[in-house]
Design a protein around this ligand. Structure first.
Ligand SMILES: [Zn+2]
Length: 283
């Protein structure tokens, strides 16, 4: 996206000021990397703007293709489960008057992490949510967690482990993919990201509030970690670990339509409540 089209999209004055700062401090190398990255983009029609001024919610089903994500003891693969949950969120919100859901992938294929963020930007997304069902070394680990980006490293040992694990996905894509992610790591726009992270934490809180009545929470508060997929400087972004696929009981739950529906519904309600609060604050 060039500077002009980025600026045109920004209607909120505060965001405009902050994004201007971000552009001013983007290093030439980062911009060059961003331009190079365009050559890696899949060829498809340009994204359509949202109809009727709706907010665009980019839902990102984790993993896909060569990257199966975490695998449960019974052989369930994370990539398939999270795609189903993402599709359900889209279905639940398809007639919502204010929100339009789009997916980074709606089939089983690999997308590098940096490209997931880029897709959200191409669509002018107002919110980004990556959906996972993760694995841990111990089969006892259980419950849902929500993560937002941290500027100062992971806030807990578990968060550190998880971000490492999810960021490893790009190793499957080869050296080129890892190098492309480097541009994200270079972008240190503290001012903009502080604002974006604050909104991400609000979004995380609304999602946790909705999951709490339907499933055990691994962590009561939004955790913060350095997930590559959360590094959009301007789009509030969270990563939802719906539960642990490596916990046999949760693997079984994830295999049921009823549980996936409950989680998808909690995510959809959390998103709507976030925008409601955002609008109240702007009013
Ligand atoms: Zn995952």
């Amino acid at each position: 996206m060039n500077k002009i089209s980025l600026l045109k999209r920004l209607t909120n004055r505060r965001q405009l000021i902050l994004s201007g700062l971000a552009l001013a401090i983007l290093s030439p190398r980062a911009i060059q990397a961003k331009e190079e990255q365009a050559t890696l983009r899949p060829r498809h029609a340009p994204p359509k703007p949202a109809s009727n001024g709706k907010r665009i919610v980019m839902i990102d089903p984790g993993h896909g293709g060569i990257d199966s994500g975490a695998v449960g003891q019974e052989g369930s693969e994370e990539k398939h489960i999270v795609l189903e949950i993402a599709n359900t969120v889209r279905t639940l919100l398809q007639n919502h008057p204010k929100v339009e859901v789009r997916l980074t992938r709606d089939s089983d294929h690999f997308i590098p992490l940096y490209q997931r963020v880029e897709i959200a930007h191409q669509h002018g997304a107002n919110l980004f949510m990556s959906i996972h069902a993760d694995g841990y070394t111990s089969p006892e680990a259980n419950g849902a967690s929500v993560f937002a980006l941290s500027n100062r490293g992971a806030s807990s040992a578990m968060a550190r482990y998880m971000s490492q694990r999810e960021n490893d996905a790009d190793k499957l894509g080869g050296a080129e993919v890892q190098q492309k992610d480097h541009y994200l790591n270079q972008i240190l726009f503290d001012l903009v990201q502080t604002d974006t992270i604050r909104n991400s934490l609000t979004l995380g809180k609304h999602v946790l509030d909705q999951i709490r009545p339907v499933h055990h929470l691994h962590s009561q508060h939004t955790e913060q970690a350095a997930f590559a997929v959360l590094k959009s400087p301007s789009i509030p972004s969270v990563l939802v670990e719906t539960s642990f696929i490596t916990n046999p009981r949760e693997e079984q739950l994830l295999g049921t339509h009823a549980f996936r529906q409950k989680i998808a519904s909690a995510i959809a309600d959390g998103i709507v409540n976030y925008f409601d609060e955002y609008d109240r604050r702007q009013a």
